[in-house]
Every structure is written in structure tokens, then in C-alpha cells.
Design a protein around this ligand. Structure first.
Ligand SMILES: [Zn+2]
Length: 228
């Protein structure tokens, strides 16, 4: 099989043996790929800076059907995000964004626009002040949930079609419906600001996101950001 050459971004890295890495890649158009990167540790000769976090690179992949691991055989950097690396608050938020993307996309199709969404939010994170780093994280999670079908992409209740500009109610499983449709079954009120894109205060946003991710993933989820 020919190698697949595709833009990619590392969402997760785990050391394997003495010299290798197992990476979880978000690829542009081919979804999440788990791949072995041989000799990726110790020597930077093979991959250069391509296997660092917050680098978009041209990945060369030898795809193998699961449960076999694909092989990452090349990674040429295309774009880096120095603004994330130079600030601790941005770095923490960036790591939370990569982890959330990994968790939300694990069993979901990830078309190219999801890759572009993640890159766009990393780009935004580079430029936000440290006290606002929760906003790209919040918007990225809502954006991915909208793409994978949990949150309505528009602003209408998926059950009755009513606009959600007065807010909504989160259901177990991650859907958001209007207060009427969600009465008795909702697990969390979703503030109108979420639908209008208005800035949401940090502690509130993190608490909301914690419950949103917990409901969407069906397991307890901790957002690794300080609320202050
Ligand atoms: Zn409704």
C-alpha cells in the first residue's frame, strides 16, 4: 500500500520501549490515526521537530487496519504555534484542547473541517490574553460537539425547532434541546450566552464545560484548567 501523505497534528503521545513513540494523530480528512513512530525518542534526526505538540506537519503514514498500529514514517513541520508555548496559561489550555479533541473524536468521523477547526482554535489561542484562554477551549469543544452531532449546529432545538437564543437544556448524552423539550429530562441548564458566542466568565465556563464533556462522553471529565 502506498504511504498516505496528509497534514496532521499530534493529540497524544505515549513512550513505547526505549526509543519509540505511539502517537494519536488528528489528520486532515482521515480522522484519528494511532501510529507507531520508530526511533522518535532520543534522536531528532528522523522527525525533526515534527513530533512535538502544537506543530502541524505533513505526516507520511503507512496505514494499517486496526487493531494493528499504522506507522508514522515522516513528519515535516508546516506550522508551529510559538505563542502557545511561551505562556503557561496558553500551554495549559492548549493541552486541554488537544485532550478534549482526542476524547470527543475517538469514535467519531473527523472530516477535514474538524482538523481546520482545531487549527483555527489553536491559532486563536496564540493571541488571547492569559485570563481568556478558556474561551478557545470552550468554543472548540462546542464546535466539535456541533460537528459530531451532539449540539445543534444552528441555534434551534433539534426536537421542536424553536430557537435556542433563550438558552437550552443539556440531555444525558450531549444533545441540547429547548427548556420545554428538556423539562424533567435535562441534566444542566445551558446559558443563552453559549449560543450567542458571548464571552463566558472563566469559572462558569469551566464548570459548564466539565458538565458538558461529562454528559457527552458518559464518564466523569475534568477540565485541567484553574478556574481563576
Ligand atoms: Zn424544543
Amino acid at each position: 500500500m502506498d504511504d498516505l501523505v496528509v497534514p496532521g497534528l499530534i493529540l497524544d503521545r505515549v513512550a513505547y520501549g526505549e526509543r519509540d513513540l505511539i502517537v494519536t494523530l488528528l489528520t486532515r480528512g482521515h480522522g484519528l490515526v494511532s501510529a507507531m513512530a520508530r526511533s522518535a525518542r532520543g534522536s531528532r534526526r528522523r522527525f525533526g521537530g515534527g513530533l512535538d505538540l502544537f506543530v502541524v506537519f505533513q505526516a507520511r503514514l503507512r496505514l494499517r487496519p486496526p487493531p494493528r498500529l499504522s506507522a508514522l514514517v515522516g513528519a515535516d513541520p508546516i506550522r508551529q504555534f510559538p505563542g502557545i508555548l511561551e505562556d503557561l496559561a496558553r500551554l495549559e489550555a492548549g493541552q486541554a484542547m488537544l485532550a478534549a479533541a482526542r476524547d470527543l473524536l475517538r469514535d467519531a468521523p473527523a472530516p477535514a473541517r474538524i482538523f481546520d477547526l482545531v487549527v483555527a482554535h489553536l491559532d486563536r489561542l496564540e493571541r488571547v490574553p492569559p485570563e481568556a484562554t478558556h474561551l478557545p477551549l470552550l468554543d472548540l469543544c462546542l464546535g466539535i460537539l456541533a460537528e459530531v452531532g451532539h449540539v445543534p449546529a444552528g441555534t434551534r432545538c433539534p426536537a421542536c425547532g424553536r430557537p435556542l437564543d433563550q438558552g437550552g437544556v443539556l440531555l444525558d448524552g450531549g444533545s441540547i434541546v429547548c427548556a420545554e423539550c428538556g423539562r424533567d429530562v435535562g441534566v444542566l441548564d445551558v446559558p443563552p450566552a453559549v449560543f450567542g458566542g458571548a464571552p463566558t466568565r472563566r469559572a462558569e465556563a469551566i464548570a459548564f464545560l466539565t458538565r458538558l464533556m461529562t454528559a457527552a462522553l458518559g464518564r466523569p471529565y475534568r477540565i485541567p484548567l484553574r478556574p481563576e
